[in-house]
Design a protein. Structure first.
Length: 64
């Protein structure tokens, strides 16, 4: 039963992380279109946040 609880918690955490990733990606593309520049500092900042979330997702996914 403890394992099931941990699996459920992990699934919820991964789903929340996936939602964050999707939102960051959408915001990054929207801002890049508005600024007409993928190199704009605000776009780069969101891209770095997205990279960090993707790396976290990969680490969590691989560890389980």
């Amino acid at each position: 039963m403890c394992i099931e609880h941990n699996d459920s918690k992990l699934t919820s955490q991964l789903e929340a992380l996936q939602k964050e990733i999707t939102l960051l990606r959408e915001n990054m593309y929207k801002l890049a279109r508005e600024k007409k520049n993928f190199s704009h500092p605000d776009v780069v900042e969101i891209s770095q946040q997205l990279d960090a979330k993707l790396n976290l997702h990969q680490r969590v996914f691989r560890s389980h």
